[in-house]
Design a protein around this ligand. Sequence first.
Ligand code: GLN
Length: 539
Amino acid sequence: MAKFIFVTGGVVSSLGKGLTCASIGMLLEHRGLSVRLQKFDPYINVNPGLLSPAQHGEVYVLDDGSTTDLDLGHYERFTNTKLTWYSSWTTGQIYQRVFEKENRGEYQGATIQVIPHITDEIKHCIKRLASSDIDVVITEIGGTVGDIESLPHMEAIRQFALDVGKENCLYIHLTLIPFLKAAKELKTKPTQYSVGQLRQIGIQPDILICRTEVSLSQEERMKIGLFCNIATDAVIEEKDKDFSIYEVPLSLTENKLDQIIVDKLHITKAAPLDLTDWRELTRKLRNPQHEITVAVVGEFAGYRDAYKSTYEALEHAGVQCNTRIRILWKPSREVLLPDTKYELNKVNAIVVSGSFGESEIDGKIESVRIARENNIPFLGIGLGMQAAIIEFARNVMCLENANSTEYDKDSANPVISLLDERRTYIRDGGTLKIGADTTVFKVGSKIYDAYDKNQLAYERFRHRYEFNNQYREQLERSEMQITAMSPDSLLVQGVELLNHDWFVGVQYHPEFKSQPTKPHPLFLALVNAAIKMSSKNKN
Ligand code: GLN
């Protein structure tokens, strides 16, 4: 039977619960266990795909088309667990399930209440992940203990131990131990209150993970343990990592977290920990031999986390190439300013990101022009690929006012237009292609080479517009080649330039499929091209 780990957070938000859960998952996988991860978000939204990246960071897309919180990106980067619709729940989605059941008459006229109906639904969504092949289910409860919105979740996980037995459940609480510079002291009181609140709900944490700027002494751990009713060795320090998030699991295992989990849950089949690959990764991260600058252009470039997966994917490729990647974040609208144009001319590579609904397309088109005319390695993602086609149509094919109908409904040359309804299904009130699908590469192309001469890949899409096939013949006669397509050859999924060292645009989102020890082929090829270019420029 699967064991269950519940991770809650206290004192303040943004403590990095997602990273901690991902790190726990990674450590347990490296002990030969099979894990599943999931997150409950306390907000009421039913569709996280509609949340603004400026508020919540990027919308992360899973293979099955679920649009989720960016923490699920950490889960997929740190572990090999399979994430599905059941891995991500908002409060709104839980209520929606309950309303649907009511409509189907499943409650037989009973009064619907938070306890038991909402809590039962939450427990059901946790149990669904515990299939017979799974050793541990890790459930992250979003928000902070004490939030009104989190209460039903806390109640549900409290009840969970009654249902499956306390010996099969582990409660981990992530908290902050602030360091007061004036007093030169670590303060444990907020943590005591936070654990106190959990205990009022009926949850006694088994393990406390303490985020801290400075190391905790043995006395401090004893004191925290005493006040919070937790054994000293289960008070684990998680010191701030100013260098790389990939060092988090290493410090957690130094503090024996995985062993404590395995012992407390009596998991006898756990193998000894082998972190050879991960240690090699962090060693390479710390010892780069080159440095390159990559510009990432997007509307939300000013917001931390809005392009989280792109940032990570570049770093993964950089590690593989022993290269430190310096990112120049450029909000699309700024590209039109003369100073920024000059700056972009000097970078080693340009990535133009995807986007939904925002209208800063002109800055993206200008970034494409700079990359194309100056032979700067270029990767266009989603809208980035569409911008590459529009730029080429306007400036090389001389198609006047070429545009996407997303930005100009009456464009004289709509080279990008709404997806053909027959090939998509309805989501978000419109036609949207979302989730993973097969893409077929043209043999001999740069994309095909990047994928190690594989002709097929399974990549994640999220778009409503596509290349307009009426312009296909014209494009195929030009220097912009169509080199990735849907298996039925109807949907253009990738283009590249013949007379350029490395210029690729893809309709899908490669950033969602990159892992630190397995960088995505397109990011790897981009970084390699950038390194080549930068050494050529130096000589
Ligand atoms: N907004 C564009 C579309 O819907 C591009 C989306 C994206 O970047 N993935 O087609």
